[in-house]
Design a protein around this ligand. Structure first.
Ligand code: FUB
Ligand code: ZN
Length: 672
């Protein structure tokens, strides 16, 4: 078969997710998360640090009106404060200055992106009306020349693009573009898209290799991948050119981040460059380093540009960085960024469990990178890790009732250590309602609401099924769209069916066979040409209503070990089933999880269970609890074989942990 392999996501208007698991998640986002976040953006959450996000947009709109009314008589406020966060003296009555984190605008952009996706799945006129009003407030803040970042609109336009390293103006452009495209694709409305294009056009005029232009690039990446999205939505090549320019400039010497700082360090600050992935030109980078969210956002942008331009050296760099990340720096839960210092990747195989950072946003970014790699080349290696991140760290980021969130996703927690050990202060034993730096909750909202664009991609001849949320996908075939129905019971069982309408033209369905199953069974493919390549089963036929593919992906409980290069997990094992990683909680297994051990060869039993109202599959396995010796007070008694009592260990899906109050948790368990 000569199969065209590159692909693109479908419009979410052509993907209706209807399975129970994902419908519930999306409904939580629509009914809980989006209204809560709107209140948060407007500083209406009692007991939570104000966001100032909408305050800043409103204040910038007022300033713009003043600017227009006064013309030459308008005098710019002077930029007085340095740093990443600005706080008013009276939080109840902030004046018309910028407050909050320097990237606060992005919280609205992520919110509107999630709103857009949500509207494709569930039309909601009240939500859409609210979104339109909010968009108006944002558009009023935009300067005549297209610039749109409230930080400098409020604090002094003379400082525009003077601190790319820290001040996130291009990051906000990126989030604006992503939000605007999503809202436009959902509603057909162009107000925010026009604003995003105007800002992008302004940036196109200011940045580039030509004389008089800035040769800088984003301190916090995302503009690269977002500009590609804007290019894909509008067809304007200058956005693709700008994304490529940013990617090509990163790492050039002398370092732009030094040039722009008037007090640049005398000696190059290598650690700082690596933090920004600017230590080397991207095509020379082999190791995933620095701030993890920034890194994967950059890599996603590189993959998008590589696909569009056919740049083989960029594709090769993406592959090297991908391999390095998943082979040396990825938690079994799909978390990345092992250290809270710089929210960064650590050195190879340094994957501590109890001090892990593993920011929710970083695993979301890993999914962006994986999806862009899949668009370049369908290979289940990417989809397997995308799925790992999604069903474990990403889902764990939100409570089962949608009301609280994790920023940090550890693999081992002792609540007392979180309170008393300074090295673990970043680890929270229960999800939080909101964060001063609230990047993760709105990122989760947009990811969950758009899960269909990670699950399926298409090209002219093929529908790729990378993940298996159930629903209906309208595959474009020439000028027609053919509805393909996918029913699935993942993540609880690996039964999938695919059905077709009568008389559809010939096309290929490419079904991913996940690496978590050793075998698979397929029926109903009579008469279809078949080929298994890179973990995808390609089935080609002119399908009809009598065709019903049944794919069975056996879902065994698997005990996994870790590479012996990871010091933390020597002698320990973890339990997985299908895409889910499991963990022990003390609410099920008693306190002192570190005294429990597991016989990896013992039979595992699955059992239905309920956690905070959610039906799940739990796993039971025989194990042991080390006995605490009686009458022994010293820390270092003479050696004796430890006494152990047999116990049955109850494992629950990692993403459901900490939904039953504060308690200990561990993913890795001592092995017998
Ligand atoms: O800098 C913006 C966001 O805040 C980053 O993506 C997160 O890691 C947090 O630092
Ligand atoms: Zn985050």
């Amino acid at each position: 078969m000569n199969l065209q392999t590159q692909s693109r996501p479908l419009s979410l208007r052509d993907v209706q997710i209807t399975d129970k698991f994902w419908s519930k998640e999306m409904e939580l986002v629509r009914t809980e998360v989006l209204p809560y976040q709107w209140n948060a953006l407007n500083d209406r959450i009692p007991d939570a640090a104000p966001s100032y996000c909408m305050h800043n947009f409103r204040a910038a709109g007022r300033k713009n009106r003043e600017r227009k009314a006064l013309g030459d008589a308008f005098s710019e406020p002077k930029f007085t404060k340095q740093g990443w966060v600005f706080l008013p003296e009276d939080p109840q009555a902030p004046d018309d200055q910028f407050y909050g984190f320097v990237f606060q605008d992005s919280d609205f952009y992520k919110w509107i992106e999630a709103v857009g996706y949500s509207l494709t799945q569930h039309p909601d006129p009240a939500l859409e009306a609210l979104a339109d009003e909010a968009i108006e407030i944002v558009c009023q803040a935009q300067l005549e020349n297209g610039y749109l970042d409230t930080l400098y609109i409020l604090s002094g336009t003379d400082k525009i693009f003077t601190n790319l390293r820290d001040h996130h103006e291009l990051y906000c452009l990126g989030h604006l573009a992503e939000g605007a495209v999503a809202y436009y694709q959902a509603t057909g409305k162009t107000r925010l898209l026009d604003a995003a294009c105007r800002y992008a056009d302004y940036v196109c005029c200011r940045f580039g290799a030509e004389d008089g232009k800035l040769r800088g690039y984003p301190g916090h990446e995302i503009a690269e991948m977002a500009l590609m999205r804007l290019y894909e939505a509008t067809g304007r090549e200058r956005y693709c050119e700008l994304a490529r320019f940013f990617i090509d400039e990163r790492g050039a010497r002398p370092y732009y981040f030094d040039l722009e700082q008037q007090n640049a360090p005398a000696a190059p600050d290598e650690l700082r460059y690596a933090y920004h992935q600017a230590h080397l030109p991207v095509r020379e980078q082999n190791e995933a380093v620095g701030h993890a969210v920034r890194a994967v956002y950059l890599y996603a942008g590189m993959a998008a540009v590589a696909k569009e331009t056919g740049d083989a050296s960029l594709t090769a760099a993406c592959e090297r960085l991908w391999n390095n990340m998943v082979r040396q720096k990825l938690y079994i839960t799909g978390g990345i960024g092992a250290t809270h210092l710089g929210e960064a990747f650590s050195f190879p195989y340094d994957l501590p469990n109890d001090t892990a950072y593993a920011e929710t946003c970083a695993s979301i970014g890993l999914m962006f990178f994986a999806r862009r790699m899949l668009e370049l080349k369908p290979d289940r290696r990417y989809a397997d890790e995308m799925e790992r991140a999604l069903y474990n760290t990403v889902l764990s980021g939100m409570s089962l009732d949608g009301k609280s969130f994790f920023y940090v996703n550890p693999l081992e927690v002792d609540p007392e250590a979180c309170r008393r050990d300074e090295r673990k202060f970043h680890v929270k034993p229960v999800r939080q309602k909101w964060f001063g730096c609230a990047c993760c909750p709105p990122n989760l909202a947009r990811l969950i609401s758009s899960v269909g664009s990670y699950a399926y991609t298409e090209n002219d001849s093929t529908l790729f099924v990378h993940l298996y949320p159930g629903g209906t996908v309208r595959k474009r075939l020439g000028s027609q769209k053919t509805p393909v129905r996918i029913a699935s019971e993942l993540p609880w069982s690996g039964n999938v069916t695919v059905s077709f309408p009568e008389g559809s033209p010939e096309f290929t369905v490419a079904l991913r066979i996940p690496s978590w199953c050793d075998s698979y069974a397929l029926s109903g493919a009579e008469g279809a040409r078949q080929e298994l390549r890179d973990g995808y089963l390609y089935l080609t036929k002119a399908w009809s209503a009598s065709d019903r593919l049944t794919l069975t992906l056996p879902m065994e409980v698997r005990v996994r070990r870790c590479s012996p290069l990871v010091r933390e997990n020597i002698g320990r094992v973890a339990v997985t089933r299908g895409p889910l990683v499991y963990c022990l909680e003390s609410v099920d297994n008693g306190e002192g999880l570190f005294r429990l051990s597991l016989d990896p060869s013992a039979p595992a039993k699955t059992e239905p269970g309920t956690i905070a109202g959610e039906n799940v599959v739990t796993v039971r396995m025989p194990g042991f609890r080390m006995r605490l010796p009686e009458n022994e007070s010293g820390l270092y008694p003479p050696y004796a074989v430890p006494e152990k009592d047999p116990v049955i260990l109850r494992f629950v899906p990692y993403y459901t942990w900490a939904n039953r109050g504060e308690n200990e948790m561990t993913v890795w368990v001592e092995s017998e």
